[in-house]
Write a protein that binds this ligand. Structure first.
Ligand SMILES: [Fe+2]
Length: 404
């Protein structure tokens, strides 16, 4: 059967046997950019409408990989095979999406990002390629690429095009991570003015305020927009985390613990970002002398379930820190050894940071400080934001203070 070509709301062709699938696909992409809770269900609807839709299977594969979870990653080859079945009829843009999925599934997100950039060079309105590249650069610690990616396409956009707020939101975060706080805030606020349902843009402005120590303003900003971002998927916990950081910086430690228990900790979540938020906040509280009680034990149970995965060194360092903090030093050491054995950035930076976290926990402050100083300059290659990586700097300072 020859598939007809439908058009999406950005004028891009969608090869489908059921033209209704194009609008449903748009809705799914929109929900992904909005960090909405219904994204997965919307994608199911797309594949119900057209079970052979190449872009539907690509999205499914991407979403599994974005979750950075072992069980979901194991399902990607099957999804990729379904996408490849439609290759012959697919457009060059769709074929490129399949190629990107092939690279990412093989563990090479950088190659996938190059393919998304090729798509953007021909189709600068392709929000999906833009968001996927943005995410990938973020976890490769490549703030310059994150910014360059948006700056190359932004002249093709204006407010009359649906989704411009998402572009400005990504631009805001890329500018913030590049240290241009004034432009970042301007872009983030402009994004929110276009459409307030944009947790990524709200988050970018919160980052600016965190970096500039504007804690009261940051709390007001996050709290004032809560009804909009709190409809997001688990990413909402990350915004609560940002709010907690601001209270922490103001010395309101009881409020931080309250936020941890009531708004940030989700006993049922196994998402990596939640794990990182939790570890990071408990560590910061402890460094300020707070007794966090048995919270590490609950967290370490989750962490232990993910200790065999080698998905992102950024995640692994947090898992090691949780295991060590819960007193499971041997399990933490085994994991750090596995990271070193994995090679690449897992070994060079991730393994070193992990060993430093174990040393710090074991009271070997000289080792902790030496290891963290060794990777200080290239810790960025582990990915994550400045605010997230800052916890390792705080551990270094604590180790140095205890040595003095
Ligand atoms: Fe953040």
């Amino acid at each position: 059967m020859t598939n007809d070509l439908a058009t999406n709301q950005w004028g891009l062709g969608v090869t489908t046997a059921a033209p209704d699938a194009a609008a449903a696909l748009d809705e799914t992409v929109w929900s992904y950019l909005s960090i909405g809770r219904e994204t997965g269900n919307l994608l199911k609807t797309v594949l119900d409408i057209d079970p052979g839709l190449v872009m539907g299977h690509c999205l499914k594969g991407y979403f599994f990989l974005l979750m950075a979870s072992g069980p979901l990653q194991a399902r990607v080859p099957k999804v990729l095979a379904r996408a490849e079945e439609g290759l012959a009829d697919a457009s060059p843009r769709e074929q490129a999406y399949v190629r990107a999925l092939q690279h990412w599934a093989k563990g090479d997100p950088g190659a996938a990002a190059r393919v998304w950039e090729e798509i953007l060079a021909d189709h600068p309105l392709d929000l999906l390629a833009m968001r996927l590249a943005h995410h990938t650069y973020f976890y490769l610690g490549a703030a310059g690429d994150m910014l360059g990616s948006i700056e190359r396409i932004i002249s093709a956009w204006d407010e009359s095009i649906p989704g411009y707020g998402f572009v400005l939101g990504m631009r805001a975060f890329a500018l913030e991570e590049s240290g241009d706080y004034t432009a970042a805030e301007e872009s983030g606020r402009a994004a929110v003015n276009i459409d307030v349902v944009n947790p990524w843009a709200i988050h970018a402005v919160a980052h600016v305020m965190e970096m500039q120590d504007r804690h009261s303003e940051g709390i007001d900003w996050i709290t004032g927009l809560e009804s909009h971002w709190n409809a997001a998927n688990n990413f909402r916990y990350h915004l609560w985390w940002h709010r907690a950081l601001m209270h922490l910086d103001r010395g309101e430690l009881d409020e931080v613990l309250r936020l941890y228990d009531e708004d940030i900790w989700d006993p049922d979540s196994d998402e990596y970002l939640d794990l990182c938020n939790n570890v990071s906040l408990l560590l910061r509280l402890e460094l300020l002398g707070v007794d966090v009680g048995n919270r590490w034990q609950a967290l370490a149970e989750k962490a232990a379930g993910r200790s065999e995965e080698r998905l992102l060194p950024f995640i692994d360092c947090h898992i090691v820190a949780a295991l060590a903090a819960a007193g499971q030093l041997e399990a933490a050491r085994d994991m750090a050894t596995a990271m070193v054995r994995a090679g690449g950035v897992f070994a060079g930076v991730g393994g070193t940071v992990s060993n430093a976290m174990i040393a710090h926990r074991a009271g070997n402050f000289a080792d902790a400080a030496r290891l963290l100083r060794n990777v200080r300059e290239n810790i960025v290659s582990m990915g994550g934001s400045h605010a997230q990586r800052d916890v390792f700097e705080l551990v270094l300072r604590d180790a140095e203070a205890k040595l003095a």
